[in-house]
Design a protein around this ligand. Structure first.
Ligand code: 4AD
Ligand code: MG
Length: 476
């Protein structure tokens, strides 16, 4: 007989002999094992005939132990489950020292669980989060596959800095204590592994653009790296980004695509992950109860997800947003840390969250930003001062998507690069796209962990990626 998963057994209606392997969550009254194997948030109850079980074996059934159970699937005698297993044999596959096992059957703080990230998926919360993470990534590939996109793998090591932000991790094999120097005393990167200075990529966009200009519709979904020293609950130094890029699509098309895509992947988990979502919904509701009334969310997790799938995102220009912010209560009462005085100000997350959570109370797409607060590759508008950029802002998250229509005019792009001191030699291939069959094209980047935060209701980005990398932290 082959083992079944707990998920299969809980759904099974034929009552017969079964086998299952998993980890003991709890063992009550020398009789009831709550067993979990990761296949579902739910445990299966396994009832041990303790009178006929060896006492030393009973002692080894401890929280965290790996066990192989054989028995009969029967209608449950107790409440809370339809079926349970009347155990006929139990084999301990791996003992667990009950005293030192970090994941005790009680509530642990997320900070404590971060320190034990290798074991935290043995809790309900983290197993639910990581199953949702897996499901969302499948839904993303499914969406693009069904909509005619090709999945491309963009390089992780790069010689160019896509965002021009200068916040990259250097990749080097040079002797760090004694690097070779040029005649002028600079580090001689011609002797480095790639014969040039290279970094971990901050985005796959520029390479994705090259493929969009031949394959039409493409996307990348890979790790990206940013060496910014921002220790916030929404920033990681290593995060995953989804970046579609589409030829012949303008900014309006880009917004339509982003909105349809976000709704589709959220609908997918509403359809396929209800057990986990119901658990996380309750968890969040309990957490909200500990907050002062004024800070509580009006909607539960599942309501928030449905709200996104059922309502149109509000599209607002940067200029309109500035007007709203300038006249807002927190601005007038000087409650914002950064006051909005004039057009051209960069928006901070406090402003984004005001717009989404207090003013519009729905996802917002902000577009047509001032050129000088956005990246060099964005399409300049006819007004000469704004670019066809768009950011999608989500409640509780702030910016979740950043994208734009790309500058397709060679001369305009070159001028922009000259102003920003971006050497043409470095991006000759990017400029080539504008020389040979250039066309309107657009794309965006979705921060995957921010999506997982939204879909799970987790408030710290460190809790939605298996092993978070943040300043001063690269454990595991
Ligand atoms: O707005 P960003 O920087 O845009 C780009 O990188 C473009 N090249 C995307 C494109 O047009 N193809 O980043 C995109 C998204 C942000 O909206 C945010 O969700 C996420 O990536 N993000 C981060 N997520 C976690 N930690 C960080 N440090 C992040 N920085 C950006
Ligand atoms: Mg951005």
């Amino acid at each position: 007989m082959t083992s079944s998963t707990v998920a299969q057994l809980l759904k099974q209606t034929t009552l017969q002999e079964v086998e299952v392997k998993g980890w003991v969550r709890t063992f009550r009254a020398n009789r009831f094992i709550a067993l979990n194997d990761g296949s579902t948030i739910n445990n299966i109850q396994c009832v041990v005939d303790f009178e006929n079980t060896d006492e030393t074996l009973l002692k080894r059934i401890t929280t965290g132990a790996a066990v192989h159970i054989k028995g009969d699937l029967i209608e449950s005698q107790g409440q809370g489950q339809n079926v349970e297993i009347a155990v006929t044999s139990i084999e301990i596959l791996g003992d667990s020292d009950a005293d030192s096992y970090p994941i005790q059957p009680k509530k642990h703080s997320f900070e404590f669980l971060r320190d034990n990230a290798h074991l935290r998926t043995r809790t309900n919360t983290f197993s639910a989060v990581m199953r949702l993470r897996s499901s969302l990534s499948f839904a993303i590939h499914k969406y693009f596959n069904e909509n005619g996109f090709y999945y491309m793998h963009t390089p992780i090591i790069t010689g160019s800095d896509a965002e021009g932000a200068g916040e990259m991790f250097r990749v080097s094999t040079l002797d760090q204590k004694n690097p070779p120097l040029t005649e002028t005393g600079e580090i001689d990167h011609s002797q480095n592994f790639f014969g040039k200075d290279t970094n971990l990529t901050v985005s796959g966009q520029l390479e994705a653009e090259t493929y969009a200009m031949s394959l039409g519709k493409v996307y990348t979904f890979g790790p990206t790296f940013r060496a910014e020293n921002s220790n916030t609950s929404r920033h990681l130094s290593e995060f995953w980004m989804i970046e579609p890029e589409v030829a012949f699509m303008d900014l309006a098309g880009n917004m339509d695509l982003a909105e349809d895509f976000m709704k589709s992947v959220i609908s997918y988990v509403l359809e396929h992950n209800m057990d986990d979502l119901a658990f996380l919904d309750k968890r969040l509701t309990d957490e909200e109860k500990t907050k002062p009334q004024a800070q509580r969310s009006e909607l539960s997790l599942i309501e928030k997800l449905k709200f996104v799938t059922e309502n149109n995102f509000k599209r607002v220009s940067y200029t309109e947003a500035i007007d709203i912010l300038r006249n807002s209560k927190p601005n007038k009462k000087k409650k914002f840390n950064y006051l909005i005085n004039e057009w051209g100000a960069d928006l901070q997350s406090e402003h984004e969250r005001f717009l989404v959570e207090k003013h519009f109370k729905c996802p917002v797409i902000l577009f047509d930003y001032p050129a000088n607060i956005k990246a060099f590759y964005m399409r300049l508008n006819e007004d000469g001062k704004t670019v066809r950029a768009m950011d999608i802002l989500f409640p509780g998250i702030g910016e979740i998507v950043g994208g734009s229509q790309r500058e397709e005019r060679l001369e305009v792009l070159k001028e922009k690069m000259a102003v920003l001191d971006i050497p043409e030699e470095e991006l000759w291939w990017y400029l080539d796209l504008r020389k040979y069959g250039t066309a309107v094209h657009s794309g965006f980047g979705l921060g995957f962990e921010r999506l997982v935060m939204f879909a799970t209701g987790m408030s710290n980005i460190r809790d939605v990626i298996p092993y978070p990398r943040t300043p001063q932290n690269a454990e595991f």
